[in-house]
Structure formats: structure tokens, C-alpha cells
Design a protein around this ligand. Structure first.
Ligand SMILES: Cc1cc2nc3c(=O)[nH]c(=O)nc-3n(C[C@H](O)[C@H](O)[C@H](O)COP(=O)(O)O)c2cc1C
Length: 226
């Protein structure tokens, strides 16, 4: 188990989040220690949540990065309302992290670099799936994926198990990329004896300018009753 939070509380909660994620990764209690629930709000006000993988954490600026299809339900929700909430939970460590913030598409070069680092089959999958749209059949989806792969120059012999782009990588589809979740608030929760858990919340002013540049202020922290 992890110790209770220190007093005084850390100035920047991202340092603790980074340490916890490293610890969860090291202990390997769960296959995806970076699994993160992301909540969005559709244009009509309906909330929805799903798990994604937290792929990067930038401590000094205070944002999280995940990758997805920009035309998916979550992508459409974020386009209409960029306010999101995220939650990570490491049950075996007795820890929870909650983040509230604003999602902004990652710069194209950053998404390109991450896309290129994925294995070619995952790259093809991003081209093949119109995420969140109705599916006719699994066979039709596989045929659609392979047809799009051929349009991108993959050989006729390609299967989902054997994807070998001539240049080693496929280009990134414009509808696929990262989101930076700029945190406006973060809550850290540590399991405590007799359900007297340790809970603290950090908040900071956050403005996102028209050019997607974030202007965060300083963090202020306080403990909350559990
Ligand atoms: C462990 C786990 C990791 C996942 N990681 C991602 C991810 O990184 N990006 C993504 O788009 N979907 C990921 N998914 C699938 C999403 O949960 C979700 O089904 C998909 O993104 C469609 O969501 P939407 O229709 O709300 O947009 C993951 C699912 C699980 C269970």
C-alpha cells in the first residue's frame, strides 16, 4: 500500500500521479495500469464514459494525453464541449486519481510521431474502423479495413495478422490522433484505515486561447473529507 499524502501537500499533484503510475506499472497487478476512464458530455447534455489508455503525462504544464478517433462519439462530444473528466483507479494499491479539465487535440506532429511508433497492424486498425458507427458484420469490417489498407499501398496478401507497409509505416489518418487533457482540477485519494481515507483536491485557473494554447495558473490544494 502507498503512504497517505504528505503534509504539506505537494505543490503539483502531477508529480504524485506520475509516481503512482510508475508504482502501478512496476507492481504489474493489472495488465493496463494506464487504463483511464474518460467522461465527456454530448451536445445534448448526455454524459458518457469509456476506458482509454493514458499515453503521456506532462508534469510541469499539467496535461494528460490519450489517443482516439476524432469522429468517435467521444470525439464528437469533445468537439461540442471540451470539458472532460478522467479517473484512474489502482485497486491493489488503494489509490484513485480524478482529473477535470479541457481536452484539446494534440499538435499534428505529436500524433504523427505516436502513430508511427505503433505496430503496423494497429496503424491499419485506425484506418479500418469508423469508431462508434454501426457495424454490419465483423467480416464486413475486416474487408473494409483490408480494402483501405490496399488503397494505402499494402500488398494484396495482407491479413490482419500480417501487415507490412512498403515504407515500414502507414500515414496517420486525419481523423485519428491525441487529445491533451489540460487539468483544471485534480483529486488524489488514498485508502485509509476505518474508511478514513486521505483525499486532497488541487485547483488552478485555466484558460485555453483560440489557438489551443493553454494558460494555466498556479495550483492550490486543500484536503477534503473522505
Ligand atoms: C483497457 C482498454 C483500453 C482502451 N483504450 C482505448 C484508447 O486508448 N483509445 C480509444 O479510442 N479506445 C480505447 N478503448 C475502447 C474505448 O473504451 C471505447 O470503446 C471506444 O473508444 C469507443 O468509445 P466512444 O464510442 O465513446 O467514442 C479501450 C478499451 C479498454 C477496455
Amino acid at each position: 500500500m502507498i503512504d497517505l499524502l504528505p503534509t504539506p501537500l505537494p505543490d503539483n499533484p502531477f508529480e504524485t500521479l506520475t509516481a503512482w503510475l510508475e508504482e502501478a506499472t512496476l507492481r504489474a497487478h493489472q495488465p493496463n495500469p494506464n487504463a483511464m476512464t474518460v467522461a465527456t458530455v454530448d451536445a445534448d447534455g448526455t454524459p458518457s464514459i469509456r476506458v482509454v489508455l493514458l499515453k503521456a503525462l506532462v508534469t510541469d504544464l499539467g496535461y494528460l494525453v490519450f489517443y482516439t478517433n476524432y469522429q468517435s462519439r467521444k470525439g464528437q462530444a469533445i468537439a461540442a464541449n471540451p470539458q472532460v473528466a478522467c479517473c484512474l483507479h489502482w485497486d491493489a494499491l488503494g489509490l484513485q486519481v480524478r482529473v477535470e479539465g479541457i481536452a484539446v487535440p494534440s499538435p499534428g506532429e505529436e500524433s504523427d510521431a505516436y502513430f508511427a511508433s505503433r505496430d503496423p497492424a494497429s496503424q491499419l486498425g485506425a484506418w479500418g474502423s469508423d469508431q462508434s458507427r454501426p457495424l454490419v458484420s465483423r467480416e464486413a469490417l475486416i474487408a473494409q479495413t483490408l480494402a483501405r489498407g490496399r488503397e494505402l499501398g499494402l500488398p494484396e496478401s495482407t491479413t490482419l495478422a500480417e501487415v507490412n507497409p512498403p515504407d515500414g509505416v502507414l500515414p496517420r489518418p486525419a481523423h485519428w490522433g491525441g487529445y491533451r487533457v489540460w487539468a483544471r482540477a485534480m483529486e488524489l485519494w488514498v485508502d485509509g484505515a476505518a474508511r478514513i481515507h486521505d483525499r486532497a483536491r488541487w485547483e488552478r485557473p485555466l484558460v485555453i486561447a483560440d489557438d489551443d494554447q493553454a494558460q494555466p495558473g498556479a495550483w492550490r490544494a486543500q484536503r477534503l473529507q473522505p
